[in-house]
Design a binder for this molecule. Structure first.
Ligand code: GLA
Length: 374
């Protein structure tokens, strides 16, 4: 895959084999945390679009749409409510939902989401308070895990605000143990922004770990506590040896459709995430998206790259100024040196059988993504 980061169009060369391009070491062997997420999790998360303005009507509307407009059937299965769903703890310390925003309660909402053939996820924090100032799980880990299991939760995003001097590895292991003790399969999404290098210790703890601070709907650069799309990709890319089935680097949720970037830039965003075997958590208002946004999020050929069962994260294999080539070995890879079919995954077209080289023009901030083989 070639990406062009600056505003001048250019022709590009492509390596044609995994061995020529990637020279990737095999992924580390090892047990997985819980047997879940053997391909990167896909779904929707409320935060990027709705932040704290989230309620049960919105979540239902999103779930309805996902089930009826092809999003669910393209593989997006988790519906995750991020921060700010919480009410107070009750007199026994059990967490409750905000009664104004979730009047029917979380169990009813989870049942609703399940009735649409989707899975249900929720958010908490390893500290005293969440990043949005709601009650965190510190000191309530087993109680909260039990509550989530009773509610039918399938996915927990576990954040890192208000944690003081807590040790991240211990804190996440504690929640992993608590989730395991419920007997319910629950994906654990570690969200400590890469602070304690979770790629070095979390392979058997969680299923995905954030590698960076928060994404923002911009192309490049750092903005207070968040980063643009290609800056996030730069930080996540070198971590490619640590990803594999059941344990993924997480460069944060998608901004596609939130309005800050052009469609060409969003195609690059989606392509980079697929090359990096990233979790694909849509972060837009799925119930109100343009046809162009839908075409990006539902590009099944790009999704298939993300979800490739080999689970090897792709990487940058060539860079010349703002021009870059990325490559990712896939399960159906083929021997080097043979003539191979080339398919353009955004044109949805076979573009020839070639050996050694392929060239194409890449639009500004754009991408050409090719599947090579066969
Ligand atoms: C942190 C996380 C975000 C989001 C917010 C919620 O910033 O990194 O993804 O969950 O908290 O407050």
């Amino acid at each position: 895959m070639q990406i062009l980061r600056n505003l001048a169009a250019a022709a590009a060369l492509f390596c044609l084999t995994a061995s020529a391009c990637a020279q990737a070491a095999p992924p580390k062997a090892g047990e997985v945390a819980n047997g879940l997420a053997m391909t990167p999790p896909m779904g929707w998360n409320s935060w990027n679009k709705f932040a704290c303005n989230i309620d049960e009507a919105t979540v239902k509307r999103i779930a309805d749409t996902m089930a009826s407009n092809g999003v669910r059937d393209a593989g997006y299965q988790y519906v995750v409510i991020d921060d700010c769903w919480h009410g107070p703890r009750d007199e026994n310390g059990f967490i409750t939902a905000d009664p104004a925003k979730f009047p029917s309660g979380i169990k009813a909402l989870s049942d609703y989401v399940h009735s649409k053939g989707l899975k249900f996820g929720i958010y908490s924090d390893a500290g005293r308070l969440t990043c949005g100032g709601r009650p965190g799980s510190q000191g309530h880990e087993f109680q909260d895990a039990l509550t989530y299991a009773r509610w039918g939760v399938d996915y927990l995003k576990y954040d890192w605000c208000s944690t003081g001097t807590r040790n991240a590895e211990e804190a996440y292991k504690l929640m992993a143990d608590a989730l395991r003790a419920t007997g319910r399969p629950i994906v654990l999404s570690i969200c400590e922004w890469g602070t304690s290098k979770p790629w070095l210790w979390a392979e058997k703890v969680g299923n995905l770990w954030r590698t960076t601070g928060d994404i923002t709907d911009k192309w490049e650069g750092k903005f207070d506590y968040s980063w643009g799309v290609v800056s996030i990709a730069d930080m996540n890319e070198p971590l490619w040896p640590h990803a594999g089935p059941g344990h993924w680097n997480d460069p944060d949720m998608l901004e596609i459709g939130n309005g800050g970037l052009s469609d060409a830039e969003y195609r690059s965003h989606f392509s980079l995430w697929a090359m990096m075997a990233a979790p694909l958590m849509a972060g837009n208002d799925i119930a109100n998206m343009t046809p162009a946004t839908r075409d990006i999020l539902l590009n099944k050929e790009v999704i298939a790259v993300d979800q490739d069962r080999l689970g090897r994260q792709g990487r940058r294999v060539w860079k010349d100024g703002d021009r870059e080539v990325w490559a990712r070995p896939l399960a159906d890879g083929y021997p080097a040196g043979l003539k191979a079919g080339v398919r353009d995954l955004w044109l949805h077209k076979d573009v020839g059988r070639v050996a050694g080289r392929y060239s194409a023009t890449v639009e500004p901030h754009g991408v050409v993504m090719l599947r090579i083989g066969g």
